[in-house]
Design a protein around this ligand. Structure first.
Ligand code: IN0
Length: 435
């Protein structure tokens, strides 16, 4: 860890007290305490995001998350016999109404097996929720279970299948969340009708995970990349992670990254319609992380040979901010992503005489309150003057041309606040805001 990472980690630990400490303050039932402990165990950072939700929604989302995590653990389990697995997936929603039900048949490698062994505590708390919340959670669990069951025996052949699979395992989560937000009264009726946008929220997260995890998944015999796409690049799915076919693998990776990125406009549209600040953070944080992850994956050969992860500090930085992530953080991430997309996949400059420009591009941040001066110097001005027969030392046509160009740049680049010319060059000052 470098010094900055140490500082951010310590700040994070200070801000997020242990689950026990927080729960003591809440004075809630022992089952709810167990639920929060499971939440903390399954996903430490996401647990922190859920804890910041409005009190009306916090427990609801905690239970919703654990129910779905339970279902996901069954789907993930490669040791279960197919027929039995399908039956458990399809009937999982019914178990939510059976007090005391639990599941002890998980394989030895399932990290979340303990949650299913003690699933009765989740059921107890589920049954304590208002009926409107129960109805949404059970309905989504039923639909998801059906979809997961379908895909235990069906392959992800086409891009359409990919969208359908991701809809079952993640898009439905978003559709259910929107309904819970409205049921809580924290969001006005409307957002739950935007099913396509809610679906896209989940699809972007899930596709990003599937893209990032290809190496681990192929090794573990899980096949989530659509056959239609990878078969254009390699003959066998295993070749995706074979060094010999690295170029083909990365081309395929880029194709899927661009597919995932296409969901971002919907994500922004959805987020812009959220009213409650805590719901906004809850929704925007995972999206911000996914944008950082997809940016890291795009055109990155490492994806084919290891599990790339965004730096812990980056994740923590997003989590740390109290009103996180502000629009500015989100916009900056988008900005970096956009630049990466242009730089890594944009055909415009590749192999052209302007390719050298790439060498001058950096993503470094500028300190707040810093003026940037951009100096545009003439290229081969002597030849240009000769070609146009400009008079020395000052030709009025040449001066007017320079001024005209300078004005056009001023009106096109809105960040410029001031510009001046000297000799054959112009300088532009921009003002950098604390983004
Ligand atoms: C989630 C989503 C999630 C949060 C907020 C709004 C959403 C809208 C639509 C769909 C999903 C939404 O967020 C979590 C984030 C998470 O768990 N992150 C992990 C990191 C990781 O890589 O696993 C962490 O430890 O921080 C999410 O990934 N999923 C999820 C599950 C349940 C709920 Cl209620 C919300 C899982 C998935 C499959 C992407 C939907």
């Amino acid at each position: 860890m470098n010094p900055e990472e140490v500082v951010t980690s310590v700040l994070y630990l200070l801000r997020h007290a242990s689950a026990e400490e927080k729960i003591q303050k809440l004075k809630c039932s022992s089952e709810l305490i167990r639920c929060y402990q499971y939440l903390e165990q399954t996903s430490r950072s996401f647990a922190a995001v859920i804890q910041e939700l409005h009190p009306e929604l916090k427990d609801v989302i905690c239970i919703y998350y654990l129910v779905l995590r339970g279902l996901d653990t069954v789907e993930d389990d490669m040791t279960l016999e197919i027929k039995y697995k399908k039956e458990v997936l399809e009937t999982f929603y019914e178990k939510l109404y059976i007090r005391g039900w639990s599941f002890a048949d998980s394989g030895p490698n399932e990290e979340d097996a303990p949650l299913l062994i003690e699933f009765d505590v989740v059921i107890t708390e589920f049954l304590n929720l208002k009926k409107e919340y129960q109805d949404v959670i059970a309905k989504i669990t039923r639909e998801m279970g059906m979809g997961m069951s379908k895909y235990t025996t069906k392959k992800v052949n086409t891009v359409e299948d990919w969208n359908e699979y991701c809809h079952y395992v993640a898009g439905l989560v978003g559709i259910g969340l929107s309904q819970l937000f409205v049921a809580s009264g924290l969001e006005p009726s409307g957002i739950e009708k935007l099913e396509a946008l809610s679906n896209s929220m989940g699809l972007f997260l899930q596709k990003t995970n599937i893209i990032r995890d290809v190496f681990e998944d192929v090794i573990d015999d899980r096949r989530f990349w659509p056959i239609e796409v990878w078969s254009k690049h390699v003959n066998l799915v295993g070749d995706l992670i074979n060094d010999k076919y690295l170029t083909q693998g990365v081309n395929c990776l880029n194709e899927l990254c661009l597919n995932a990125i296409e969901h971002i406009p919907d994500v922004l549209d959805y987020l812009s319609q959220i009213h409650d600040r805590t719901i906004f953070s809850f929704c925007a944080i995972p999206q911000t992380m996914a944008i950082a992850t997809i940016t890291l994956c795009l055109n990155n050969p490492k994806v084919m040979s290891e599990n790339v992860k965004i730096r812990k500090t980056e994740a923590i930085r997003v989590m740390k901010q109290k009103i996180a992530p502000t629009d500015a953080v989100f916009l900056k991430k988008l900005d970096i992503l956009e630049k990466n997309v242009q730089l890594k996949t944009g055909p415009s400059m590749a192999n052209s005489k302007y390719e050298y420009v790439r060498g001058f591009e950096t993503f470094e941040a500028v300190l707040p309150m810093t003026f940037m001066v951009v100096r545009l110097d003439g290229q081969n001005f002597t030849k240009f003057s000769a070609d146009h027969g400009f008079e020395k030392p000052n030709d009025i046509k040449a001066l007017e041309l320079m001024n005209f160009c300078a004005q056009r740049i001023m009106s096109k680049v809105s960040d410029i606040i001031f510009s001046y010319g000297q000799s054959d060059e112009y300088r532009y000052k921009t003002f950098s805001f604390d983004l």
